[in-house]
Design a binder for this molecule. Sequence first.
Ligand code: TYD
Ligand code: MG
Length: 451
Amino acid sequence: MKKNTQYCCSGCGYNTQKWMGKCPSCNEWNTFYEDIIEAPKKHQNLEFSQDKPITLDQINCEEETRMTTGIAELDRVLGGGIVQGSLTLVGGDPGIGKSTLLLQVVGNTTKQKLNVLYVSAEESLLQVKMRAERLGISQKNLFVLSETGLEKVMSHCEKLKPHILVIDSIQTLFSQELESAPGTVSQVRHCAARLMYLAKKNNIATFIVGHVTKEGSIAGPRVLEHMVDTVLYFDSDPTLSFRILRSIKNRFGSTHEIGVFEMQEKGLVEINNPSSFFLSERSEEKNPGSIVVSSLEGTRPILVELQALVSQTSFAAPRRTTLGLDPQRVSLLLAVLEKSSGIILAGHDVYVNVAGGIKIQETASDLGTLLVVMSSFKNVSLPHDVLAIGEVGLSGELRAVRGVDVRVGEAKKLGFKKCVLPQKNLSKLKSIKGIELVGVSNIEKALELFF
Ligand code: TYD
Ligand code: MG
């Protein structure tokens, strides 16, 4: 007899009766795979229950206690440390450093006399031990378990009552209550739900590692995002030495906060001043096609170098290539630049790159993009100590951006002497000693300053 099956998207967990090429929920292609429909045999102890509704003021609110991870960058991304009983998902490509980071965290927390259980469902005890030695971790109250059975992990937790539990990774853990293979959407979801119940009931701060996967029958961490309290993703290129940990969701702090790390011999080392790290390779000499812009990541401004190369081409369709910036946005800006300055880029290839491999996701770099393209086009260097901030509108007007005070403050700290910013921002900003602030209201005015 044919089993009752459904099709599941491995990216977001969307269910459908018929196979589809494109997922209507997350718009990914070729992510559907056939899964057997099965109900968990029993749903015992999976819900939180309360006798009757109570009013908000009847709830006792204790000061939430946070444990430090011993890594300042990570504490900030978490919103000030680990909250007791919270569930955190740490996602990222394989090999990016998830296990390394969490092993470092548990090494640090055990120094504070907290009980920790590190469940490695991927690596053997020997591998964990070797990695720990490399990272210089050798604590007595760090318990390690190499186990893939969810039920066994849970019973060990009930006995050990750790303060912190790490599951590495959720895709290799499986529950006997379901028949489907480890890593399928139903297993991943079920295991995470049980772990959430365990975390809330015993007040265990739980970290779940999830590999980001594009294909195959392995469910990615996206299917868990709605369940957990905090979602952290490593979103940098594994071939570069630095790693960016980004908070996508946080019930205990602000989102879009980032932590910057560098992968070294002895694990991940935090980079406390990312701006100087990203600008360290910048050439001191006259350099057409280079400017510094500021990207606000959560509460922290990061200064990065933007580079452009405009070169003549004989092809009818010139190239527009961007790295680290949204290509649509750059096309739009090039059109605005052509219209407002009268230059014609039709016979030129335009390449724009954010140096260092970082990605800029906000519009405050618009002004810098236009200036740097113009600088390369005219082969005129921009002053070395200038920062450009501002969003550009379709009619060439400069629009105010958020967080200008912290951006200017960061630039001043790194020795920048001049900052070009939207007039609307300038009128609300107090003057800052040591840095000249120039307000401009449109692109023409900004271009007049330099060309
Ligand atoms: P890992 O934490 O195993 O990745 P994940 O758990 O996300 O799959 O990281 C593995 C990579 O990190 C591997 O390529 C080796 C490198 N690494 C170092 O460079 N230094 C170190 O001290 C450690 C432990 C790993
Ligand atoms: Mg790992």
